[in-house]
Design a protein around this ligand. Sequence first.
Ligand code: THU
Length: 140
Amino acid sequence: MQGPAPRETPDLAALFDAAAAARGRAHAPYSRFAVGAALRDEAGAIHAGCNVENAAYPVGTCAEAGAIAAMILAGGRRIREILVLGGGGLVTPCGACRQRIREFAGPDTPVHAAGPDGMARSFTLEELLPFAFGPETLGV
Ligand code: THU
């Protein structure tokens, strides 16, 4: 843990703790902006990820991408809620990650933005990515 957990609910505190632990392992020597993400899947399991930067800058990956890859590897297929933890201020998923989340989540899925001191703000995915392109668009 890198800071006080959010007080809202035990479920949120568990997500926060997982994201904080993941953030502690971020590889961010270029931006020096460590990010952790943690999500809860349809079975209740938590999966986490951190950003992994690269000397060839565009090759770096976001924390959310790592958490989603961990979920898929573990057999999860739906995101019930996701929390992103940055260094302070309001750190929300980047545009590409909103689309990554959309693949496995619905419009009402909670997306929590947190800083080291706790929760900053919660959104629905639809608030962050309205009129989204998704699997249904392709009939899947
Ligand atoms: N980053 C994430 O990991 N998730 C986001 O949603 C925002 C940005 C990372 C990418 C890069 O390693 C660093 O933060 C600065 O952009």
